[in-house]
Design a protein. Structure first.
Length: 525
């Protein structure tokens, strides 16, 4: 396959049409390309699937010399290079998966000016030997893909990226283009400073992904919730994110036992195992990948129909990135998260182990935004986009809150039932136990405690387990009940509970959102 750039295609539109076979640029692509052709640095902020690659691939074919693309993942490089080669473009990658002879062959072609796009891992590009080679080449452009990896603020900091500013020092006249799908402001400005971009042209696309439906479901019995959902998704590809390796293994195993076509993916597995799962997922041989956040940037799959968070992610950025892997083909897709307010405390305790105080505060701050997003009762998309400074006035019509608005009711009576049950059980028991007493469960523990003789035993048996859990959680939110972490999360009444018990005012509660999905199932199609 010979170098198409030697043909007489000499305009961005010409390249777009003749090489890539597309008729129009997307919003902003041409501006970025033009800035680059004018020799300017640039920062390209587009969501996943937004078309970042063309922003540097087109100028790479128009500028004299080689375009060097820094990309953090071998699998990503291989995919891109294969796609480019299939279009007849002379693209190669160089990383430690190639042996010496293969690398030498590429160097030779580089020096002969035969390679238009060279993909390189950051650790490779920073080796003195490699920089030395570059200095003998004609360079058209540096493209830094996944540029947020340079930022301590970002959700995916990588130490090697930090040193990329050395490229700008060494090759000041070569334009540099930084690309990322990360949307938060702190990371954006950090990228510019860390890479040393000079008066960059900045393009910010919309971060809205209208085809993704956001849903947050209360977490009750997450495994059965998950299986019930997966049964509605037969034959579709999806990702289930969990917060720990152990949970990933556990859930993947249970899904397989239940007959689902699922596999686990996390950083504790060998490279071969991970590669195998990723490839099988790409080929649709595996439908469900249960993963930690380690399953990330390498997924270049367009038909992921759902991304499900089994646990709350650590930041809105991470949530947005992970959910963004759904629906890259533009067709309807779902982002579902199971949320138990008690997880907020659990995650916060995890931050206490972070030694660097600044880092700890940053993490806490990011997480508290995530926690309030999860607990909020307003349009999910509005909150997300407003968080990324993309002001949205109208609710979206395609999230659980818009489709199934929370209903309020006078919860005084159920609150009184729950509060007096906690009181009569001497404020020594946790959520699950109190729910059992309210529902009149026949358990040994209740009999041993003589709680089947309480007047509140079975007082709420007409409601489900989930219903009562939801009510109790709301009472905690309202500050009427406190959870004593030092005493096995025992529930205690607070000062505020007294006036509710006396019926001094009508307590408004949200109708528990049980089986939220099925309520609007018919609107789904
Ligand atoms: P990103 O890197 O931003 O996640 P990609 O560069 O992989 O996104 O682009 C996503 C998809 O959109 C690719 O299939 C790409 O070929 C396609 N695409 C990008 N720009 C255009 C365009 N101007 N016209 C048509 N398709 C495009
Ligand atoms: Zn909405």
């Amino acid at each position: 396959m010979e170098n198409l750039a030697t043909h007489s295609i000499d305009t961005p539109h010409g390249v777009l049409k003749e090489v890539f076979g597309y008729s129009d640029f997307r919003d902003g692509q041409l501006d970025v390309i033009q800035a680059c052709l004018d020799g300017r640095d640039s920062l390209v902020l587009l969501p996943t699937g937004g078309g970042k690659s063309l922003c540097y691939q087109v100028p790479a074919l128009l500028l004299p010399g080689t375009c060097v693309v820094v990309s953090p993942l071998i699998s990503l490089m291989q995919d891109q290079v294969a796609q480019l080669q299939a279009l007849g473009i002379s693209a190669e990658f160089i990383n430690n998966s190639l042996d010496r002879a293969q690398q030498q062959a590429i160097y030779q072609r580089l020096h002969q000016g035969e390679i238009k796009l060279l993909y390189v891992a950051p650790e490779k590009i920073l080796q003195n030997e490699f920089i030395e080679r570059l200095s003998h080449l004609q360079l058209g452009l540096f493209a830094i893909d996944e540029a947020h990896c340079v930022s301590h603020w970002g959700h995916d900091f990588r130490p090697h990226y930090c040193r990329l500013h050395e490229l700008k020092h060494r090759f000041a006249s070569v334009p540099m283009m930084a690309l990322t799908a990360t949307a938060d402001l702190a990371t954006r400005s950090d990228i510019v400073t860390q890479l040393g971009l000079q008066a960059p042209f900045i393009h910010t696309g919309s971060f809205d992904r209208p085809n993704i439906r956001y849903t947050i479901e209360e977490k009750f019995k997450p495994l059965s919730q998950l299986m019930r959902y997966l049964r509605t998704q037969k034959g579709q590809s999806g990702i289930v994110y969990c917060s720990s390796r152990k949970r990933v293994d556990d859930i993947a195993e249970k899904l397989v036992e239940a007959g689902f076509n699922a596999a686990a993916y996390h950083a504790g597995m060998s490279n071969e195992q991970r590669q195998f799962v990723q490839n099988a997922f790409a080929r649709d041989d595996i439908q469900i990948v249960v993963a930690t956040v380690a399953f990330g940037m390498g997924i270049n799959k367009s038909n992921v129909r759902y991304v499900l968070h089994y646990d709350i992610p650590k930041s809105i950025e991470a949530y947005y990135q992970e959910t963004g892997r759904a629906g890259r083909d533009g067709l309807a897709a779902e982002a579902i998260m199971y949320f138990d307010p008690a997880d907020i405390g659990r995650v916060k305790r995890f931050f206490e182990d972070i030694e660097d105080e600044h880092r700890r505060r940053v993490e806490e701050q990011r997480f508290s935004s995530m926690a309030s997003f999860a607990s909020a009762q307003t349009c999910r998309r509005q909150i997300l986009l407003n968080y990324f400074s993309e002001y949205q006035r109208e609710p979206c019509g395609n999230c659980d809150i818009c489709l199934n608005p929370p209903k309020r009711f006078d919860g005084t009576l159920v609150a009184q039932q729950a509060l007096s049950c906690i009181y009569r059980a001497e404020q020594r028991f946790g959520l699950g136990y109190i729910v059992d007493v309210l529902r009149g469960a026949n358990t040994a523990r209740i009999r041993d405690n003589q709680h089947h003789t309480l007047s509140t035993y079975g007082i709420g048996k007409e409601h489900s387990n989930e219903y009562w859990l939801s009510i109790l959680r709301q009472l905690i939110h309202h500050g009427l009940v406190a959870q004593d972490i030092t005493q096995g999360a025992a529930l205690r009444l607070t000062e505020g509970a007294r006036s509710v018990l006396r019926g001094e005012y009508a307590l408004q509660l949200a109708q528990p959102r049980l089986e939220a999905k099925h309520v609007y199932q018919d609107k789904l199609a």
